[in-house]
Write a protein that binds this ligand. Structure first.
Ligand code: DQA
Length: 148
């Protein structure tokens, strides 16, 4: 089983970007932690990062077509206003879990609403880089239950 991971805009700068908010873990370290968590679960992960809305939407369209069983996605700032990303997630035939490093509900007013979350089976937010591994585990458990 393969789980696709998509990181949205600005997440390539993790490590140096607002470390007080997002921590000092780099995106490469997050991807490595996901690969290690995935191997302990007996699944594969494929990770991509996209800066643009169109690129992210294209990648969302491709994940199911390329055989992934589920999608772990951090849409970055698109979370808060992109109906196009929300529509792409809604059209997916596989389950998606949304993750955020920060607790978006405890931040600026404009970050407190996610327009993309309703297209996902669940959301993990606020645990820093660990949000990804927790989200991967949650998605794996969800997929395992569905397969029984
Ligand atoms: C984020 C939260 C968003 O508000 C922000 O625009 C990001 C990162 C997070 O992971 O905490 O780019 O998605």
């Amino acid at each position: 089983m393969r789980i696709a991971v998509l990181h949205g805009p600005n997440l390539n700068a993790l490590g140096t970007r607002e470390p007080d908010v997002y921590g000092r873990t780099t995106l490469a370290e997050i991807d490595a932690a996901l690969a290690s968590e995935a191997s302990s679960l007996g699944v594969e992960v494929s990770c991509e990062q996209h800066q643009g809305e169109g690129e992210l939407i294209g990648a969302i369209h491709r994940v199911a077509a390329q055989g992934a069983a589920g999608l772990l996605v951090n849409p970055g700032a698109y979370t808060h206003y992109s109906y196009a990303v929300a529509d792409a997630l809604r059209s997916l035939s596989i389950p998606a879990v949304e993750v955020h490093l920060s607790n978006i509900h405890a931040r600026e007013e404009y970050r407190r609403h996610s327009v993309t979350a309703a297209s996902c089976v669940g959301v993990v937010a606020g645990f820093g880089a660990d949000s990804y591994t927790v989200g991967l585990r949650a998605l794996f458990t969800y997929l395992s239950r569905k397969r029984r």
